[in-house]
Design a protein around this ligand. Structure first.
Ligand code: AMP
Ligand code: MG
Length: 415
């Protein structure tokens, strides 16, 4: 039996990056880009006005004020989206709208509020500093700049930037196809009426959802019966995927054949038990570099082991730098007793309380109690060597979402 840390090291050590594919920038959201993006041009492409007003020569406005306006000749009207045709000379101004290109000759814009229009002339009531209200070409991004580095997670800001740079398609890491095999004679699909002895294969769905949540594509291969033939057929089919994930049939019961099938198929087993609870019978192997996970069958065990092992593997192969959940320290609200030698993953509800976090377990922690996951927004991780953790102690928690900071009325709105 190996430790959680050893198991994770084995797994991550065997994961290589998937290839790249070209995709449109909106489909690339949430994925990792696999190419450096250099700016093909300046942004903004030209000097332009930050205000509606008048473009002029700042030296013309020397001494201007509310009582003694400077009067300039208006030579042109430049709406946004149009190129100026004239050059502004001494004693002249051009009416200009926000975003419109600044005409040659002008070195400042005076906003409309500081002017008065007089037909073909304008009164300027304020002195203008050089470059005032001008947004310069390249002040956002300069031509040739490295704007987005390969390995960056694409968020809406990057989507906007790519479009501004004229890129409609980019290369991102492929989404892994993740084959899911449920195993067990007792399992039926959701819509099959519950008959005696049968249960819904909920792992097929929780695991598919977990795959989707971290950017993979689930390939639902359905339910294999507890016999070598059926399992072998399903695993054969599964080998076309990038990752294979089965659940159940990995304990030491009479009908637990998954490990045997994996071995028969030439999948080199790297480990088949991990010192943890839940999830001890987790099995992992590779065939020609392809990772194969035999997760335990209990609904909580399969979800927890996916979280600890499959999720980081998927994120690593898709180019993510950030492959682990956010970790916080939280104060326990109750005592926890545990068995020495196993790392525990306890489902918890975490709340932020002032500058601290508090964590309360989600009740009954049996590995068949799926509700303990439904109620959880975090997983308390208790290391192997502990056998008792006292209420009030600080523990490590992996956050599954951001709900610990849930608020209906953001305080900053009242600042
Ligand atoms: P096993 O390791 O095959 O003995 O399975 C352990 C427990 O998990 C048994 O109670 C199974 O009924 C349950 N189980 C196995 N596979 C699934 C599944 N796909 N969905 C829900 N429960 C499952
Ligand atoms: Mg079984």
């Amino acid at each position: 039996m190996i430790t959680v840390k050893e198991a994770l090291n084995h797994i991550l050590g065997s994961i290589s990056l998937l290839g790249l594919e070209k995709t449109d920038i909106l489909s690339a959201l949430g994925r990792v880009i696999g190419e450096d993006i250099h700016a093909p041009r300046d942004i903004p492409p030209r000097d332009n006005s930050a205000m509606d007003g008048y473009a002029l020569k700042s030296e013309d406005t020397a001494g201007a004020g509310a009582e003694n306006p400077v009067i300039l000749n208006v030579i042109e009207d430049i709406p946004a989206g149009y190129a100026p045709k004239k050059t502004v000379g001494l004693g002249e101004a051009a009416r200009i709208m926000t975003g419109a290109p600044v005409p040659d000759g002008a070195d400042a814009v005076v906003m409309v509020e500081e002017t008065g229009s007089d037909g073909n002339s304008v009164r300027i009531y304020a002195q203008a500093a050089k470059s005032q209200n001008i947004r310069y070409a390249g002040e956002d991004v300069r031509k040739e700049d490295l704007v987005i580095r390969a390995g960056t997670l694409l968020r809406p800001a990057e989507t906007g930037m790519l479009s501004a740079l004229g890129r409609s398609f980019v290369k991102v890491y492929q989404k892994p196809l993740v084959a899911l095999i449920a195993t067990g004679d007792e399992l039926v699909d959701i819509d099959r009426a519950a008959s005696p002895g049968k249960i819904v294969s909920s792992n097929s769905y929780s695991l598919a959802a977990q795959v989707m949540e971290c950017g993979g594509i689930p390939l639902q291969l359905g339910i294999a019966k507890d016999n070598m033939d059926d399992l072998t057929e399903k695993f054969r089919d599964a080998m076309r995927a990038d990752i294979i994930v089965s659940s159940a049939g990995v304990s030491v019961g009479d009908y637990d054949f998954v490990k045997d099938v994996m071995e028969d198929m030439g999948i080199g087993i790297e480990f088949w038990q991990v010192a943890q609870r839940p999830g001890k019978p987790t099995t992992f192997g590779t065939r020609e570099g392809k990772p194969v996970f035999g997760l335990p069958g209990n609904p909580v065990s399969s979800m927890i082991t996916f979280e600890q092992y499959v999720r980081p593997a998927i994120l690593k192969m898709t180019g993510h730098e950030n492959i682990f959940r956010r970790i916080i320290r939280a104060k326990l609200t109750e005592d926890i007793k545990k068995k020495k030698g196993l790392r525990y993953f306890i489902r918890a509800r975490v709340k932020s309380q002032g500058k601290e976090f508090v964590a309360e377990t989600t009740g009954e922690q049996g590995s068949g109690i799926l509700k303990s996951m439904v109620l959880a927004n975090g997983i308390i991780v208790i290391p192997e060597d502990a056998d008792f953790v006292k209420a009030g102690s600080e523990v490590t928690v992996q956050l599954l979402d951001n709900s610990q900071d849930f608020t209906k009325d953001p305080e900053y709105l009242n600042d």
